[in-house]
Design a protein around this ligand. Structure first.
Ligand SMILES: Nc1nc2c(c(=O)[nH]1)N[C@H]1C(S)=C(S)[C@@H](COP(=O)(O)O)O[C@H]1N2
Ligand SMILES: [Mo]
Length: 432
């Protein structure tokens, strides 16, 4: 791998090329980085060396601004940063809305932009009438009001939620030319606060020999999934708060099951019933859907974790590069099996790779933001990212997933995403 100080840049010997087609050492983002970007003549951004001209006094400085507001809204200049809403033809209330990751930064998804997946619309639930029942193979069945649950001890964790259908479009024969947030927008990351289910299960007294729990939602679909008791007792919560405020109706108000790292479908929203059993119930949602076809027509069922994955959110389709020069390549990496250990980036379609900088904190089963400095020479490039998690699992190629499952696979696509940059700066989705 090339590792030559200053090679090819001609300006600053500290600018170290770390891989083909202009990838620069992540040191650029550390202490000296900022100064170097200006001093190095890398053509970054548009800041002009300061002249002596005084700044104008704009209209908004000439009179006081508007009043306080009871519930804040984004700037009117950002009103086009929205979820992309899609429905299922002829099925009332069924559909998805996608988080516009190509317009966001950091790792926390604002509640108003959290993705949605509903099988039968968003129920309008009166929290006073809602009940959560724990029953089945327990010493005593328990019914909780919302008010009662709000008095239990809670835990708070920053974790992602990803639909197992996320990125499924990329398994089709042609790469979809849609924004990053539409191809990969069935995932979001929030700070979730809720009651550990272990506490509630201990109160109910689980029978020895019980191994599974059926979770059912209070929507018109009564969506339900079977969850191994081990997961319920490990890190499952009944989530009540999302990024500090009570859950939004579309994300499960007044309470949802939240299963860190597992396919989104199992985090049953509007949770109303947990039945302790000694086998999976084999509900509609875990047999007809959410199964992973294999070549030859067999299918895997009950495949729970969302495995190691990453995606470059900028640059990505729909965004266009301007002049040649220095760019920040940035994106998200996550794993349902633990922390992200490493993210590598390639600018030459996977021939050479270099380590991206990971933004702290790198949390368990959470989004991790990565950054890579890139000097675009104005020619064609193919950008890719490849994540490794703390179990050592490496994000696979699309080709390896297709070899195992064929192109009829819909779920659990954690393949490497490639974005092609044309001379014009236009970005498109390619299979590489
Ligand atoms: N009761 C109920 N729970 C549900 C669903 C649903 O339609 N009904 N959708 C599931 C699916 S497929 C996913 S991916 C996640 C989506 O959660 P979100 O809408 O909060 O993003 O919720 C899951 N829980
Ligand atoms: Mo989903």
């Amino acid at each position: 791998m090339p590792n030559t100080k200053g090679a090819g840049t001609g300006e600053d010997p500290a600018v170290e090329i770390v891989a083909g087609n202009g990838l620069l050492h992540r040191r650029l983002f550390l202490t000296r980085g900022a100064a170097m970007l200006g001093a190095g003549g890398l053509g970054l951004m548009t800041a002009r060396p300061g002249g002596a001209e005084p700044l104008e006094i704009p209209p908004w400085m000439r009179s006081p601004g508007t009043h306080m507001s009871a519930y804040g809204q984004p700037s009117e200049h950002e009103s086009d940063v929205q979820r992309v809403v899609g429905g299922t033809p002829n099925v009332v209330g069924s559909g998805v809305s996608f988080t516009p990751h190509h317009r966001l930064h950091g790792t926390i998804t604002p509640n108003s932009l959290h993705f949605e997946r509903h099988h039968s619309g968003v129920p309008s639930i009166d929290p006073q009438r809602h009940r959560l029942l724990i029953h089945g193979a327990v010493r005593r069945a328990l019914t909780f009001t919302t008010e009662a649950l709000l008095r239990y001890p809670t835990v708070t964790r920053i974790q992602f939620l990803e639909c197992s259908g996320n990125s499924g479009q990329n398994l089709g024969p042609e790469p979809p030319q849609a924004p990053c947030g539409v191809i990969h927008g069935l995932m979001s990351c929030s700070e979730w606060t809720g009651v550990p289910l272990a506490i509630l299960m201990e109160e109910a007294g689980v029978d020895p020999g019980a191994t599974w729990v059926l979770a059912e939602g209070a929507d018109a679909a009564a969506m339900s999934r079977s969850v191994p008791l081990e997961k319920i007792m490990d890190d499952a919560i009944v989530a009540l708060y999302q990024n500090g405020e009570r859950l939004r109706p579309e994300n499960g108000y007044p309470m949802r099951l939240f299963l860190p790292g597992w396919e989104g479908n199992m985090s049953v929203k509007w949770l109303r019933r947990l039945q302790v059993t000694d086998a999976p119930t084999m509900t509609r949602d875990e047999t007809s859907h959410y199964t992973d076809v294999l070549l030859g027509g067999k299918a895997l069922i009950l495949t729970f974790p969302m495995e190691v994955k990453s995606v470059i959110t900028s640059p990505s389709t729909g965004l266009s590069l301007g002049a040649a020069g220095l760019y920040e390549i940035t994106g998200l990496a996550w794993s349902g099996l633990g922390r992200i250990r490493r993210v590598e980036v390639s600018a030459d379609g996977g021939r050479t790779w270099a380590d991206a900088a990971l933004t702290e904190p790198v949390l368990d089963k959470s989004f991790t933001r990565f950054r890579m400095a890139w000097r675009w020479d104005g020619g064609p490039a193919v950008l890719m990212s490849r994540a490794v998690d703390e179990t050592g699992a490496v994000q696979p190629t699309r080709a390896s997933i297709v070899a195992e499952h064929g192109e009829r696979m819909n779920y659990h696509n954690n393949a490497i995403q490639a974005w092609s940059i044309a001379d014009s700066g236009e970005v498109s989705n390619v299979y590489a």
